[in-house]
Design a protein around this ligand. Sequence first.
Ligand SMILES: Nc1ccn([C@@H]2O[C@H](COP(=O)(O)OP(=O)(O)OP(=O)(O)O)[C@@H](O)[C@H]2O)c(=O)n1
Ligand SMILES: C[C@](O)(CO)[C@H](O)COP(=O)(O)O
Length: 227
Amino acid sequence: MNVSAVIVAAGKGIRMGHTVNKVYLTIAGKPVLYYSLKAFDEIDWIKEIVVVVSKEEMEYCQENVVKKYIFKKPIKLVEGGSERQYSVYNGITNTKEDCEIIAIHDGARPLVEKETVIKALKEAYLHKAVALGVPVKDTIKVVDGKNFILNTPDRKYLWAIQTPQVFERNLIIKAHQKALEDGFLGTDDTVLVERLGYKVKVVEGDYRNIKITTPEDLIVAEAFLKK
Ligand SMILES: Nc1ccn([C@@H]2O[C@H](COP(=O)(O)OP(=O)(O)OP(=O)(O)O)[C@@H](O)[C@H]2O)c(=O)n1
Ligand SMILES: C[C@](O)(CO)[C@H](O)COP(=O)(O)O
């Protein structure tokens, strides 16, 4: 398999409420982004890692992540956009043209395991489009604008979707281009492929693969890492 990994790290981390982008905050002494890259760096099928960073943080990322730690794969930094979707588009269109599969991952998900990524890659080879996910543990309600419950979807069909999300290169580029043309903005990449009428497979991931979003997530992540 010839795979490129695209790690998006060009967000602002507003919900973290910190002056520094959350992907550069440290867990057990190393930046969140280091851990998010590590699982991908260890997989033989992955030939390159494209990291999407904001223009202002390009040099910081180069010095404090790429050069500071030892990675086996070539790491290419490309500029992000104002929304996650635009950052992903810049990442995927900067992958090598001969790669068959692209794995897209949030730089803010440092706890992803190598074995879980491999499982997603194998499934993507079979199904063209996959996302990691876990069955939701809570009861989920749909509410109206005033927080009154409209309905209660059956939990057995509800999964919380994570990254990596893995796709055939041509398919994910086509899906992003169509979304751009239509002015559609999604909160993940699978929704763009769903819009094209393709079936996307959800592959069971790991509850520990949390996205660092608010301050308590750093405490949880550190506790998991220490284990
Ligand atoms: N314009 C953007 C927005 C987000 N991301 C990346 O997408 C991932 C998931 O996004 P999220 O958790 O929403 O990160 P932020 O946008 O940084 O957080 P917030 O919404 O709180 O500002 C993160 O790794 C983030 O760096 C990105 O590359 N480009
Ligand atoms: C892609 C994602 O991580 C899947 O759970 C998530 O949708 C990113 O969302 P955010 O709005 O950027 O936090």
